[in-house]
Write a protein that binds this ligand. Structure first.
Ligand code: ADP
Ligand code: ASP
Ligand code: MG
Length: 406
């Protein structure tokens, strides 16, 4: 008998039929004698619908109130699943984040989990109940409802699994595992039987939304046994692994991409100490995250300073830079929000040279111009024009031999 945490995403609870299917699976696992904790997302599209509603009330909805609103999506599904379980004679109790004491910091909209008091869940499990927990939400020290950022139910599940020392955390979604790249973009993508936590971390942070990045960070920190599976069909899914056997690792495990990118350029800034600090200091003060940074070699004592930000923060970044540029007497500020980032990821890269060159050649063969490059030990990322996203991802997928056999 094991303690299992299962998480079901939006599509997996998107209708009464889907919720009944979830209830059937949970009932089956419980009938086999396992202690079951189930974490749910809101029904598919519900969080977007609520955000739209909020925007009809206020162009920039107050963050605290937005969280109160968004948390209702998950409150609906947990109640419905508990009813479906009770209907099958399976005792169940649903809980909001507040009720199971998922304590977070008070950064509304992207709160971090600080602590979980698992007493209530344990009590219920001891009484034979299935514990159904609202994903994506918590409560701060003042009792305010917080949310964990889009995709945050993954993080709730992994955090619950860590707190309860679960035997496995199973993330059920609409694909049957983690693929070499998004199967919706590349039909030749292959499901991976296993992926190392390091690679999964890179894939998630570089745009593969199958797992929220914070859930992978949490899993890595507490070594939570984690598996991604389909709620639509049975199968082994993909296991996230923690051992470091890189001898057998493929060169490249996956291709990730992100459309949420924009770039800004401050042109003609003086090339002297303190300039980068001043530009990025103002950006940081406004809580705008910066990703890639490039500073050109100076000519005539002047240089261009370029960096990328999340597309949602593009306008904000431009506004800040216009002010900074005046102070610095920079020539101009320009930007482009029609760019994307494509990355190749693999621990095998550590022991092989030439991956970057191979990547650039594959893109060049398709006539795709590279605007920016960044590398780390196990990934190479490039920024390209948005219209090349699919072509670029497919070209790389096949260049690195990831396509499934025809
Ligand atoms: P859920 O609502 O269940 O949380 P998400 O939409 O958040 O589901 O995540 C699953 C989706 O992630 C898939 O439908 C797929 O399009 C996308 N995805 C992106 N990259 C990958 C990848 N490498 N492997 C599998 N799925 C991926
Ligand atoms: N419902 C939230 C979202 O749509 C959280 C989640 O599904 O994980 O982002
Ligand atoms: Mg998700």
């Amino acid at each position: 008998m094991a303690l299992i945490v299962q998480k079901y995403g939006g599509t997996s609870v998107g209708s009464p039929e889907r919720i009944n299917a979830v209830a059937d699976r949970v009932a089956r696992w419980r009938a086999e004698g396992h202690d079951m904790v189930v974490v749910l997302s809101a029904m598919t599209g519900e969080t977007d619908r609520l955000i739209k509603l909020a925007k009809q009330m206020h162009a920039e909805p107050p963050a605290r109130e937005l969280d109160v609103l968004l948390a209702t999506g998950e409150q609906t599904t947990i109640a419905l699943l508990s009813m479906a379980l009770e209907n099958r004679g399976v005792p169940a109790r649903s809980y909001t984040g507040h009720q199971v004491h998922i304590l977070t910091d008070n950064v509304h909209g992207k709160a971090r989990i600080l602590d979980i008091d698992d007493a209530r869940a344990r009590e219920d499990l001891a009484k034979g109940r299935v514990v159904v927990v609202a994903g994506f939400q918590g409560v701060d020290e003042f009792g305010n409802i917080t949310t964990l950022g889009r995709g945050g139910s993954d993080t709730t599940a992994v955090a619950m699994a860590a707190a309860l020392k679960a035997d496995e955390c199973q993330i059920y979604t609409d694909v049957d595992g983690v693929y070499t790249t998004d199967p919706r973009i590349v039909p030749q993508a292959r499901r991976l039987d296993r992926i190392t936590v390091e690679e999964m971390l890179e894939m998630a942070s570089l745009g593969a939304k199958v797992l929220q990045i914070r859930s992978v960070e949490f899993a890595g920190k507490y070594k939570v046994p984690l598996r991604v599976l389909s709620s639509f069909e049975d199968g082994p899914g993909t296991l996230i692994t923690y051992e470091e056997n890189e001898m057998e690792a493929p060169l490249i495990s996956g291709i990730a991409f992100s459309r949420d990118e924009a770039k800004v350029v401050v042109r003609g800034v003086p090339d002297r100490p303190g300039i980068a600090a001043q530009i990025l200091g103002e950006i940081g003060n406004a809580n705008v995250n910066v990703d890639m940074i490039v500073q050109n070699v100076a000519a005539d004592g002047n240089t261009d300073f370029t960096f990328t930000v999340h597309r949602g923060e593009y306008k904000k970044a431009l506004e800040i830079l216009k002010v900074v540029a005046k102070e610095l007497k920079a020539r101009e500020v320009i930007g482009d929000d029609k760019i994307v980032k494509i990355s190749v990821v693999g621990v095998g890269m550590r022991s092989h040279a030439g991956i970057a060159a191979q990547m650039f050649r594959a893109l060049a063969n398709e006539g795709i111009n590279i605007q920016m490059i960044s590398t780390s030990e196990i990934k190479v990322s490039v920024v390209v024009e948005e219209k090349y996203l699919e072509l670029g991802v497919r070209a790389l997928h096949s260049a690195f031999g990831l396509d499934k056999a025809a």
